[in-house]
Ligand binder design. Structure first.
Ligand code: AMP
Ligand code: ZN
Length: 467
């Protein structure tokens, strides 16, 4: 097994990844809140988590990855205030919550498919697991970690020695935030307590409600990820992922309730992706028009250009979205694909020479998922002293992780790619012949192309061709 070093938000260090069971990785991802399309910021997180999962697999780990779909309980503020986002979506579109959930869940997976993001092994909507949430909340009450007040069930953060295990926040900093934008909930024993089950809310129009020992109501957002993770991945989780905004309060609360429920440490590694920002700041679905994959397509960008844009920077750095940069990536991506398409796939593999590049690629992944370094290895391969077949085989393997379709013919365009590669090869041969003053050979090549309906012209910028 190759070495994987990862930054762990829990320890705030890059450290070697050691799973609970040798060779196996249990991985949990916070899924989308399906009340609107995913913006390309959300998708940055899913792209980088996809690379993480594929890196583990590439290194030989047996991965089981679980993701929830948030279709209830995520309020307009990540704290316990505001309206359920699903209800906001339903009102906006005059549909039921379940219709909204089905539509945007489908839209999310379509975006993922376009971006070559693999679907996790298990995808579980929160509304499927109400019995599990209730069972977990009952146990938390029994153990003295949760209490009922004013009709809601709260987690008592005052019972924990270190509630802020994941984030560096202290109570004072938090209180500033609370005073600014969250109305105080007088039922809470501590400011940081959070709702596990709502039966009372200012927003009583909640569409989906379930019976529970505490009355008819609905679960809080945080409990869903703990319960769904434990249901499918057991009591010890290797790695949990999400965007950086999830660190507090969502993941902090997940740790609090999971460890209180289990009575032991729950998750060893926390992987957080920094935000994609636009010139006005963090992207947000509530900002009116926001950037989606479809919008990029309408503007003429292949979705994989956006994937490459993400891979070229490190997941632990904020990323600024700009069309100028995307244009540069588009040009680089098209050039790269053309170059790979022109490689001759026939020939014996030069295993000895390939090994160094293979090692460099794995080393880049193992270096805290250094995707830009991994892409550099692809360029190094193209420049290497190695036959085309070996180059193609290496890039084909690397693309298991990068998933940029580097070795795949464009859909419906297989013939086009072959033809382009053939013409460019012939032009190169003709230029070489001309350089050696072998004009007979150069003319023969021109004639061969012309016979196929391909006309070439020599210009100051180089040789161009027309069909
Ligand atoms: P949501 O659908 O709001 O539950 O968010 C889905 C995922 O996107 C979560 O992991 C968030 O942390 C992440 N996320 C939200 N905004 C951004 C952003 N601007 N850049 C990167 N990831 C984000
Ligand atoms: Zn979550």
């Amino acid at each position: 097994m190759s070495k994987m070093n990862l930054y762990n938000t829990l320890t705030k260090k890059v450290e070697p990844f050691v799973p609970n069971i040798e060779g196996k990785v249990s991985m949990y991802t916070c899924g989308p809140t399906v009340y609107h399309f995913a913006h390309i910021g959300n998708l940055r997180s899913y792209i980088m988590e996809d690379v993480l999962e594929k890196s583990f697999r590439y290194m030989g780990y047996d991965v089981k990855r679980v993701m929830n779909i948030t279709d209830v309980g995520h309020l307009s503020s990540d704290a316990d205030s505001g309206e359920d986002k699903m209800l906001i979506g339903a009102k906006r579109e005059k549909k039921t919550v379940m219709e909204i959930a089905a539509f945007y869940r489908e839209a999310f997976f379509q975006d993922c498919e376009k971006l070559n993001i693999k679907t996790p092994d298990v995808v579980e909507p929160a509304t499927n697991c109400i019995a599990e949430f209730i069972m977990m909340i009952e146990r938390l009450i029994e153990k003295g970690y949760a209490y009922v007040a004013g009709g809601n069930v709260y987690f008592d953060t005052g019972k924990l020695e270190n509630y802020y295990v994941l984030s560096n926040q202290n109570e004072e900093e938090l209180l500033v935030g609370v005073r600014e934008d969250v109305e105080e909930d007088r039922n809470k024993r501590n400011k940081t307590d959070f709702v596990l089950w709502f039966t009372k809310s200012k927003f009583d129009a909640q569409e989906l409600k379930w019976d529970s020992p505490w009355g008819v109501g609905y679960p809080g957002w945080h409990i869903e990820c703990s319960a769904i993770s434990i249901k499918h991945l057991g009591e010890k989780l290797d790695i949990h992922c999400g965007g950086i905004d999830n660190v507090f309060p969502h993941h902090t609360n997940e740790i609090a309730q999971s460890e209180a429920y289990l009575g032991h440490k729950w998750c060893n590694y926390w992987f957080h992706v920094l935000h994609l920002n636009d010139s006005t700041g963090k992207m947000s679905k509530s900002k009116g028009e926001f950037l989606t994959v479809s919008l990029l397509e309408e503007k003429g960008y292949h979705p994989l250009v956006y994937r490459m844009f993400c891979l070229q920077s490190h997941y632990r750095k904020p990323l600024l979205f700009h069309y100028d940069v995307l244009d540069n990536v588009k040009a680089a991506y098209e050039k790269l694909r053309k170059k790979v398409a022109s490689l001759d796939r026939e020939g014996e593999l030069q295993q000895e020479k390939m090994k160094g590049y293979e090692d460099a690629f794995v080393c880049a992944l193992g270096n805290d998922i250094n995707t830009s370094q991994a892409i550099t290895v692809v360029y190094d391969v193209l420049k290497a002293d190695m036959n085309d077949a070996s180059k193609f085989a290496l890039i084909d393997r690397f693309d298991q992780v990068l998933s940029l379709d580097l070795t795949k013919e464009k859909e419906g365009n297989a013939a086009d790619a072959d033809l382009t590669a053939y013409i460019e090869d012939m032009i190169q041969q003709r230029n070489a012949a001309r350089k050696e003053k072998d004009f007979a050979r150069a003319d023969a090549i021109r004639k061969e192309l012309l016979d196929k309906g391909i006309e070439i012209k020599d210009t100051r910028e180089g040789t161009i061709w027309n069909l």
